[in-house]
Design a protein around this ligand. Structure first.
Ligand code: FES
Length: 147
């Protein structure tokens, strides 16, 4: 089975080597070590990285991503059906995000030209603190953070 160096994997996946090492430290990807203690990855790691980046874009935490990846078979390369099953887990999350964003869009009319950012009444200021796990501030207006 062909194995990739971390540099080759980084180039093919478009993911920084530091991010790959971080994901590995969190158990999201695995490598084997050469006799010279260099990391080598199987080609299937490309799909894992694609899944991780896509899942982060959807808003899943690294813990959630790890739980999803832990359901993949260990004794064989995951199939398209395995990845499809994992991606279906995002459906509910995406529906929730779409609903929140639609609610925000509907409330924006009162914010345009206002600028008060009232903690009590403004949709932009996240009055119900619904997205507190995603960090402080107007997280709807910020790009999804890369962890
Ligand atoms: S900015 Fe005033 S209500 Fe949103």
């Amino acid at each position: 089975m062909k194995q990739l160096t971390i540099g080759h994997l980084s180039e093919r996946a478009g993911v920084a080597t530091s991010a790959i090492r971080f994901y590995e430290s969190r158990g999201l990807v695995q490598s084997v070590r050469t006799t010279g203690n260099q990391r080598r990855y199987t080609a299937s790691t490309l799909r894992r990285l694609a899944f991780i980046r896509s899942a982060q874009t959807v808003g899943l935490t690294l813990e959630e991503i790890g739980e999803a990846l832990a359901t993949l078979p260990e004794n064989r390369t995951p199939t398209k059906a395995d990845w499809t099953r994992l991606s279906r887990l995002w459906r509910e999350r995406l529906d929730e995000q779409i609903e929140r964003i639609e609610r925000l869009r509907d409330k924006l009319d009162s914010c345009i030209g206002c600028g008060c950012l009232s903690l009590k009444t403004c949709a932009l200021s996240n009055p119900h603190d619904e997205v507190a796990p995603r960090g402080p501030g107007a997280v709807f207006l910020e790009p999804t953070p890369h962890q």
